[in-house]
Ligand binder design. Structure first.
Ligand code: HEM
Ligand code: SF4
Ligand code: SF4
Length: 522
């Protein structure tokens, strides 16, 4: 038995990424920051928000007082205000860096085609909003850098047909700078952009069920500690006060946010607009440009659907609605799949209580399943393999996005690959052990907290631990099920864990007992 699904496996860039991330997992374990980039970005915004509120208490939001108040925060109360200021800057930089990594990661893993286009495309405005947020933050200090940023951003805005009078006229001399304009930018930075950002993040996550918006605790502490250390050893300071009548001397700029301005100086505001807009449109078009295999969507089979709603609860992309019954059976609801949202993960099959290989039906049907990986094939594959030697082989169920279990060495296992381990029905585990006589079952998906389909690892764990319906039956010994996860390419480590598992089974004399039973049965 090789594969129940049409396994293509991750593409070369995703495999390379997996190799790099596997090294990081060795150091960080389940707190691998690459598995939590979206949540970490939100965390960076939290730090910027809290430190921003502190700074606002002492900040003077006018041209005359802004620079002096920032100086006072930075130097007079360096032990708290100065650190708050540095944390504010470095957490904002971290947000930008994390957004870049998050984008790159989703791109390399091609999690942007099909129904996932929505999260991808709604990520684009988030980049723009964050950049504008950062740029407007630099105005707030009203030092030489702020003046340079103000002039350059005014020139950028002048390219757009928004204002009747050119914005840059406000910055020809110290006298021409409008205090009201400065206060307006302050208001946009302090109130307008935070509100817009929250709304844009909410929109970005609209199609994601149970989004992970909090990183693991140890990662939160680690990141905060790293930012604190950076703030202490490299405290942020201001340039001399803004003076539009003088050419500023040399300035250090923040490449995370102000990258466009040197480019603008070297080219023109029009070129900057053209490059930024072009890059955004190009990225936004990727979901439709990249090649994509047609994927079958989940299909509901009403004769086996009792309208329990478990599949709708578990679907990671909210692709299932419970609607009034249409077949006259004595149930209030039935499941209905929205094809525009279904990513073909198969997790709903694992959620359905009807997905039980114990049922006598031939062919075996269930309430909801994938046409290319029917439950009947799953049962047949288990039955067939259990009759092929050796009798003490363990059953290894893998996932198409992680280690290719068909390439695991050794005779002492039978392997089967599914689109996601969340697709494994708990009754199927019981069936493999109690009916087909496997001494143990290994379920191996993606690395911890990194399920390609987001929730498969979470749901299967909860079902095996008997915390979520449908649960692993009490009669199935928990110690005979190994649930684990590795990245593509980590065959050796997986094999080592399987070997240790087999040893533990032998220790419990289960291998001997069950292989005996299987020999007797055959
Ligand atoms: C402020 C910036 C951003 C924040 C706070 C953010 C946050 C998040 C979070 C929390 C998730 C859900 C993770 C999960 O539960 O699995 C997510 C998913 C996603 N993000 Fe972002 N994101 C941001 C920017 C972007 C950008 C710029 C892109 C790319 C253009 C992007 C693309 C995606 C995609 C494609 C997914 C869905 C992946 C899937 O289908 O499972 N995000 N984001
Ligand atoms: S296959 Fe996955 S995305 Fe599609 S309906 Fe089932 S759980 Fe939802
Ligand atoms: S889990 Fe199965 S029985 Fe329950 S609503 Fe979904 S398809 Fe119907």
């Amino acid at each position: 038995m090789k594969s129940a699904s049409d396994r293509t496996g991750p593409a070369a860039p995703a495999r390379l990424l997996a190799r790099i991330e596997a090294l990081i997992t060795r150091a960080f374990g389940a707190a691998n920051p690459f598995h939590h980039l979206g949540a970490l970005t939100i965390y960076a915004f939290y730090i910027a928000l809290v430190t921003g509120i502190y700074l606002f208490i002492f900040y003077r939001i006018n041209l005359e007082g802004a620079w002096a108040s920032v100086q006072s925060i930075t130097h007079e109360q360096w032990y708290i205000g100065g650190i708050m200021r540095s944390l504010h800057r470095y957490s904002s930089d971290a947000a930008m860096l994390l957004i870049g990594l998050h984008l790159l990661r989703e791109l390399l893993r091609v999690r942007l085609t099909g129904p996932r286009w929505f999260s991808w495309v709604t990520g684009m405005p988030l980049i723009w909003i964050t950049v504008v947020f950062g740029i407007s933050g630099y105005w707030m200090v009203w030092d030489e850098l702020a003046a340079w940023v103000a002039v350059a951003s005014a020139e950028l805005l002048d390219v757009l047909p928004i204002f009747t009078d050119p914005m840059s006229r406000n910055f020809v001399s110290n006298e021409s700078v409008s205090g009201r304009l400065f206060t307006l930018i302050g208001f946009i930075h302090l109130v307008g952009l935070p509100v817009i950002l929250v709304l844009a993040i909410w929109f970005h996550l609209l199609r994601i069920r149970y989004p992970r918006i909090h990183p693991p605790r140890q990662l939160m502490f680690g990141c905060l500690a790293a930012l604190l250390v950076l703030s202490v050893i490299m405290p942020v300071t201001s340039h001399p006060p803004a003076d539009l009548d003088m050419m500023p001397g040399s300035m250090t700029i923040d490449w995370f946010y102000l990258l466009i301005f040197p480019l603008q100086s070297a080219t023109s505001p029009g070129t900057v607009w053209a490059l930024c807009t072009g890059a955004t449109l190009l990225l936004a078009a990727l979901p439709w440009v990249l090649p994509r295999r047609a994927q079958p969507i989940a299909e509901v089979y009403l004769p086996d659907c009792t309208g329990c709603g478990f599949c709708a609860e578990d679907c990671p992309y909210g692709a299932i609605d419970m609607v009034p019954r249409t077949d006259g059976r004595n149930f209030a609801l039935e499941a209905r799949v929205n094809p525009a949202l279904c990513v073909s993960c198969g997790i709903c099959t694992g959620s359905c209580p009807s997905s039980s290989p114990y049922r006598k039906r031939d062919p075996l049907t269930t309430g909801i399943e994938m046409e290319h990986v029917p439950l009947d094939d799953f049962r047949r594959a288990i039955d067939q393999a259990s009759q092929e030697g050796p009798a003490d082989a363990v059953l290894v169920i893998g996932c198409d996005h992680a280690v290719d279990v068909s390439r695991l060495p050794g005779r002492a296992l039978h392997s089967l690959s599914l689109p996601c381990i969340g697709m494994v029905p708990p009754a199927g585990i019981g069936y493999a052990i109690r009916q087909a006589g496997y001494p143990g079952v290994v379920i191996t998906g993606c690395d911890s907290c990194d399920c390609h389909h987001r929730l498969g690892d979470r749901w299967i764990r909860a079902r095996i631990e008997r915390e979520r319906q449908p649960m692993l039956r009490r009669r199935v010994p928990r110690e005979r099920v190994l649930l684990t996860g590795y990245k593509a390419g980590q065959q050796v480590r997986l094999q080592a864990e399987i070997d240790a598992f087999r040893l533990s089974l032998e220790g419990a004399e289960q291998l001997q007992g069950t292989s005996q039973r299987r020999r007797e049965a055959s």
